[in-house]
Design a protein around this ligand. Structure first.
Ligand code: FMN
Length: 395
C-alpha cells in the first residue's frame, strides 16, 4: 500500500531519514531501519579542508566551530519554562559546527549497512562548489561501497547555485546509480532550477535543505544568551510552509520524483508534501526531538489515513492538490465572501471579536454576530475561533 518507486529504488514506504546526525553511524542506520523508515540518506561526506573556500576542516569538522549548545530545540512561546516546555510540541531546531563524515568512514558504514539492513542506503556527498572532480570522486566512493543512490548536498553554500547543474551533470557521467540533487529554496527559483537539473541528468530532487541564516536565542530569567548570533542551519515545522510551496512549484515543472523535506514531524505533514507532488518525504528534526520511533509513527499514521479515506496507493495521493494550486494573479477572491457563525457551535467567548480589525463582530447572548457589511472576508476569525465555529462563505 505504501510502496513507492523513487528514482528507480523500490521503497516499502515513502518515509526517508534525511542526511544528518541520525544517519551518521551504523547504529543510526540500523535504528532507522528498525523503526520502519523506507530508506535512509547518510550524513554528508566531504573531503576535509576542501569543502568551503577559506574554511579549514579538522577531522571532518569546520575548524573553530565546536560551540555548545550545538543543537537547540526551541518551542514556540514560553521556551524555557519547564512546565510549559514539551519536546513534542511545536519546535524548531538550530545547530552549528556539525562534524561531517570522512569518505573512508562513510564507505565502511555503507558496506556494513548493506549487510545489516534491508532498506536502501542513499549516500550523500558535498564537494567544493567548483571542483567537479572532487564531486565525482566522492560519488564513486559512495557507489563502490554499495550505496543505492547518491544525494548531492547542494544546499549548504549559497554560491553553489551557480554550478549546481554542472555538478549534477559531472556526477551523472561518473556513476551508474541514481543521482539526487538536494536544493535550498532561498537561493533558487523552482520553475527554472527544476528543469535545469532534470536536463542535467538528476534522477530526483530533494527540496528543501537546511535554511542557513544567522539566528539568536535568549533566556530571559537569568538573563543570558543561549545561542550566539552566528550562522546556523535551521530546520523544523516553522519552515514547512516554505518547503511545501517550493515542492508544489517544482512538481509542476519536472517529471522526475521529488523528495519533500523540512518540517515533517507528523504523518499529516508527510501527507501534505505528497498531496502537492512529492513521491517521498524526509524527516530530520523530528528524530532529534522524538527519537527514531517517530518514523514508525509517521508511517503508521499515513497507512491508517489511507485506509480510512479509501486510498489504495501513495500514487493516488501524489499531487492530488496540484490542480487546485493557483498562480498569484488568481488569488483574488470573488467578492463578497463573509464569515458565517455556526450558532450551535459558538459559545460567545469573544476571541474572534478581539481579533477583528474591521469591527465586524459583536457578541450578544453568548453568540458571535457578524455584521456582513463590515466583514472584509479576511478569514482571521476562522483561525482564531477555538471551537471551529466560523467558516467563510460566498454570500
Ligand atoms: C544537525 C543537522 C545536520 C545536518 N546535516 C546535513 C548533511 O550533512 N547533509 C544534508 O544534506 N543535510 C543536512 N541537514 C539538513 C537535513 O537533512 C534537513 O534537510 C533539514 O534539517 C530540514 O529538515 P527538518 O525540518 O526535518 O529538520 C542537517 C540538519 C541538521 C539539523
Amino acid at each position: 500500500m505504501l510502496e513507492v518507486n523513487y528514482a528507480g529504488l523500490r521503497l516499502k514506504n515513502p518515509i526517508i531519514v534525511a542526511s544528518a546526525t541520525p544517519s551518521m553511524s551504523l547504529d543510526g542506520l540500523k535504528k532507522a531501519n528498525d523503526s520502519g523508515a523506507g530508506a535512509v540518506v547518510i550524513k554528508s561526506v566531504v573531503f576535509p579542508k576542501k569543502y568551503l573556500k577559506n574554511m579549514e576542516y579538522v577531522e571532518g569538522r569546520p575548524a573553530g566551530l565546536k560551540p555548545s549548545p550545538r543543537f537547540l530545540l526551541l518551542n514556540q512561546g514560553e521556551t524555557y519554562n519547564s512546565s510549559l516546555t514539551d519536546k513534542r510540541a511545536y519546535f524548531t531546531l538550530f545547530r552549528v559546527g556539525e562534524p561531517y563524515l570522512k569518505p573512508d568512514e562513510a564507505a565502511e558504514m555503507i558496506e556494513r549497512g548493506k549487510k545489516d539492513i534491508d532498506i536502501p542506503i542513499i549516500g550523500s556527498v558535498a564537494g567544493a562548489v567548483d571542483d567537479y572532480e572532487e564531486w565525482k570522486k566522492l560519488a564513486r566512493i559512495m557507489e563502490d561501497s554499495g550505496a543505492d543512490a547518491i544525494e548531492l548536498n547542494l544546499h549548504c553554500i549559497p554560491v553553489v547555485k551557480y554550478t549546481n547543474s554542472k555538478i549534477v551533470r559531472a556526477v551523472r557521467q561518473a556513476v551508474a546509480i541514481p543521482v539526487i540533487a538536494k536544493l535550498m529554496c532561498a537561493w533558487e527559483n523552482p520553475e527554472s532550477i527544476g528543469p535545469e537539473l532534470e536536463k542535467a541528468g538528476a534522477s530526483a530532487i530533494t527540496a528543501v535543505g537546511t535554511f542557513g541564516m544567522p539566528v539568536m536565542e535568549l533566556d530571559v530569567e537569568t538573563p543570558r544568551i543561549l545561542l550566539q548570533p552566528s550562522y546556523y542551519g535551521a530546520g523544523g515545522p516553522w519552515l514547512r510552509p516554505v518547503g511545501l510551496a517550493f515542492v508544489s512549484k517544482l512538481a509542476k515543472v519536472v517529471k522526475i520524483p521529488i523528495s519533500g523535506v523540512t518540517g515533517v514531524v507528523s504523518w499529516q505533514d508527510a501527507v501534505k508534501y505528497i498531496l502537492v507532488g512529492a513521491t517521498t518525504v524526509q524527516v530530520c528534526a523530528a528524530i532529534y526531538a522524538k527519537g527514531y520511533k517517530v518514523l514508525g509513527e509517521i508511517t503508521q499514521g499515513i497507512k491508517e489515513f489511507m485506509e480510512r479515506k479509501g486510498y489504495e496507493k501513495i500514487q493516488d495521493l501524489k499531487g492530488f492538490l496540484q490542480k487546485d494550486i493557483l498562480p498569484r494573479e488568481h488569488l483574488e477572491y470573488d467578492p463578497p465572501i463573509r464569515a458565517l457563525v455556526d450558532e450551535d457551535l459558538c459559545n460567545g467567548c469573544g476571541d474572534c471579536r478581539e481579533s477583528c480589525f474591521f469591527e465586524a463582530i459583536t457578541v450578544e447572548d453568548d453568540l458571535a454576530r457578524i455584521e456582513a457589511e463590515r466583514c472584509d472576508g479576511c478569514g482571521l476569525c476562522v483561525s482564531i475561533c477555538p471551537l471551529r465555529a466560523i467558516t467563510m462563505r460566498k454570500v
